[in-house]
Design a protein around this ligand. Structure first.
Ligand code: PAZ
Length: 345
């Protein structure tokens, strides 16, 4: 089994090229991990947002994943507040810790401002909430506790995950992996990816060549046949096993499982726990993910955590009530709960 997985890893990372910024990210992560290890801090890698699956090398079209990065960005704030150093590996332009309170909103951040005596100030009604967020943000910056790295594609995500996990290996159980990103299960391997935009018209559709103009050895994974677009994706190797067994075997590993069918959720979470033998699977359903999650672990079995009805907010627009509700909720929740279910965000 190990051999098969090692071969799958070798095969994937040999045939799918590293992202251009991998070296720079690795340098930043090495320095960050080393500094916090010297200071005795625990380090958590939080992954957040959805990966894309490009259909062409010069990408015009891609398959995306729904995630906005709310879970990851919110959780990162709670990890920071609880003394962790956080490496936040997120989908470019998805939500970020702290700024999430004022971005991706139905309101512009300018709506929180007003002009006073020729200067820009925060509107009175937002002062208290914004001051609270700003103080947390500044405390985090003072201690250099947050490193932000980004990905867009599934390939960029996997390369960064592997590099950072291996760098965290020496931390042993002081390393945590909190895998909240929505990662594609299927992808287009490099040797089946056409260089140029897939044409919709048959007249122009002979595009099955790579960057050098050579015809691909295997049929392109995405191509037009007649007037239809045919997409034939391959499975992404299950690297969670590699993370648990070899990349960071002593780290604490928390994975997430998303389902839409309630009858599948616990079953699938349990299956994942048994298969990968890591510490915790947090299950959530697409439609209720902001209010309830289920923890599935070998130690405690199945345990549901729900945000009480009266603390749920319905829209993204009420930032002040969102921050207020989160803080009110916090009194009643222990920090573990708060990390995964911050209402309103
Ligand atoms: O980013 P978001 O807050 O909109 O959604 C969070 C989530 C549902 C992507 C996350 O909680 C999760 O379940 N991630 C793992 C998804 C999966 O690959 O099963």
């Amino acid at each position: 089994m190990a051999t098969t997985l090692d071969a799958a890893e070798r095969d994937y990372f040999t045939n799918n090229p590293p992202p251009k910024d991998l070296k720079a990210n690795t340098t930043l992560a090495r320095e960050f991990i080393g500094r916090h290890a010297d200071e005795g801090r625990r380090v958590v890698l939080v992954t957040s947002g959805g990966t894309t699956v490009p259909l062409e090398t010069q990408t015009v079209r891609y398959i995306d994943n729904f995630s906005a990065g709310t879970r990851g960005a919110t959780s990162a704030e709670y990890f920071l507040e609880n003394g962790y150093a956080v490496i936040f590996l997120h989908r470019q332009f998805s939500l970020l810790p702290y700024s999430r309170h004022y971005s991706h909103n139905t309101r512009s951040f300018l709506d929180f401002m007003k002009e006073e005596h020729g200067r820009v100030v925060v509107d009175e009604q937002h002062q208290e909430a914004m001051l609270r967020v700003l103080r947390q943000y500044e405390a985090m910056k003072r201690d250099n506790q947050l490193l932000i790295l980004s990905f867009v594609t599934i390939g960029e995500y996997l390369w960064n995950l592997r590099e950072v996990a291996q760098l965290m290996q020496p931390l042993g159980p002081k390393a945590m992996f909190y895998l909240a990103a929505a990662v594609s299960d299927f992808f287009v391997p490099q040797d089946r990816m056409v260089e140029h935009k897939i044409q919709s018209s048959e007249e122009f559709s002979a595009t099955n060549s790579d960057a050098k103009g050579n015809t691909l050895a295997r049929p392109p994974a995405a191509r037009t046949e007649g007037r239809s677009l045919v997409i034939d994706l391959e499975p992404v190797p299950k690297f969670l096993k590699q993370l648990v067994d070899t990349w960071s075997p002593d780290g604490i590993i928390v994975s997430f499982k998303l389902e839409t069918d309630p009858s599948m959720l616990v079953k699938k979470a349990q299956y994942s726990l048994n298969k990968y033998a890591h510490h915790l699977v947090i299950g959530n359903l697409l439609l209720t993910r902001k209010w309830e999650v289920v923890f599935v672990s070998a130690l405690e079995g199945e345990k549901w955590i729900r945000v009480p009805q009266n603390r749920r907010t319905k829209s993204f627009s009420g930032v002040e009530s969102m921050v207020g509700a989160a803080d009110a909720g916090r009194e009643k929740q222990d920090s573990h709960h708060s990390i995964i279910a911050d209402q309103g965000a």
